[in-house]
Design a protein around this ligand. Structure first.
Ligand SMILES: C[S@@+](CC[C@H](N)C(=O)[O-])C[C@H]1O[C@@H](n2cnc3c(N)ncnc32)[C@H](O)[C@@H]1O
Length: 314
């Protein structure tokens, strides 16, 4: 399939990445790609790459992507430069899956310990795809600390094939493209941005995660709003807008005047089908870089924000 450069675009089938993380935008990819306008001539810049699901669906010719989590970037860099092949992943997961089947949790925790000493990208895939709830969490020492999903038969052949196919797919997408991968702070990636580039921002949620790689303060949020507004190119930012309990005050406080597009979805609470909560997600776009009809956000009074933040902390 030939993908035309630039956005907006209608995505029929979302490309799913081999790695899962908190805040993954798989459900929002179609919404994001259909609401952004970009000529595709410059670089697609993602300072907060995470799973890479947005990048793999945009499939830009040129990209600069970054994350503070070195494990994510190392894995994708190795797939990009061919130093890790889908076949190697199949061999590894098949062999390790057999050991998991025999020893269960004990083996999972042995791999976790090995990964926390050596940081092998193959062990990273193993843990990410067999940990509890498919989450990615690191403790204050930067060690992966998610427990086992308690399914010793996790790496059945069909599941291994699914992961290997996800890797083959992204490898094919990356081939021949001019993509640069970087580990570090988001600020460094926003230097030397040019007019034709487009920056997609998906920072961690303020105060939500205690994870080593997901720390995000009020100061970070304020810096990001200031730096983004000074970019010479288009940008879009993802942020949750409203859930069952409250409105996110940061949108109106930091991002007023941007074009706001919203998307509502349900998320499941626990394992029961009928326990569903509504979540509204916003995409805030620099005016002139939105696709279609225009609606802009309104500023909140600072006093309202202080109140809302106090409520949040309480
Ligand atoms: C909400 S997630 C991004 C999710 C991603 N868009 C996806 O769909 O999978 C935020 C990401 O920002 C990264 N991050 C946190 N602090 C950072 C920082 N100071 N600089 C760069 N990346 C950071 C985290 O490691 C995490 O992968």
């Amino acid at each position: 399939m030939i993908v035309l450069p630039g956005l907006p675009r209608t995505v029929k089938q979302v490309i799913v990445p081999p790695i899962k993380c908190q805040g993954i935008k798989t459900k929002l990819v179609k919404f994001i790609l259909s609401n952004v306008s970009w000529n595709g001539k410059g670089r697609w810049i993602e300072p907060f790459l995470g799973s890479g699901v947005v990048l793999f669906n945009v499939q830009p010719e040129r990209a600069l992507v970054n994350d503070i989590n070195p494990h994510i970037i190392r894995l994708y860099q190795m797939i990009y430069d061919g130093s890790l092949s889908p076949e190697e992943v199949r061999k590894y997961l098949t062999a390790e899956g057999k050991k998991l089947l025999v020893s269960g949790g004990d083996y999972y925790y042995a791999v976790r310990e090995r990964f926390n000493k050596g940081g092998d990208p193959l062990d990273f895939i193993f843990l990410n795809r067999s940990c509890f709830n498919g989450i990615m969490r690191f403790n204050s020492k930067g060690e992966f600390n998610v427990p086992f999903c308690r399914k010793p038969d996790r790496f059945r052949q069909a599941y291994v094939t699914k992961i290997v196919n996800q890797i083959s797919r992204i490898r094919k997408i990356m081939q021949g493209k001019d993509w640069a991968f970087r580990v570090g702070d988001w600020r460094d990636v926003l230097e030397n941005v040019t007019q034709d580039d487009f920056v997609y921002l998906d920072p961690p949620y303020i105060g939500r995660h205690t994870d080593y790689y997901q720390q995000w303060s009020e100061d970070d949020a304020a810096d990001l709003a200031m730096l983004a507004r000074n970019l010479p190119c288009g940008f879009a930012l993802s942020m949750w807008k409203e859930n069952k309990y409250r409105l996110n005050p940061h949108i109106a406080y930091y991002w007023d005047g941007l074009v706001e597009r919203t998307f509502t979805h349900f998320y499941h609470v626990g394992s029961t089908e009928n326990l569903r909560n509504l979540m509204e997600e916003a995409l805030l776009i620099k005016p002139g870089h939105e696709a279609g009809k225009v609606e802009t956000t309104k500023a909140a009074k600072p006093v309202q924000l202080a109140f809302a933040l106090h409520e949040q902390a309480g």
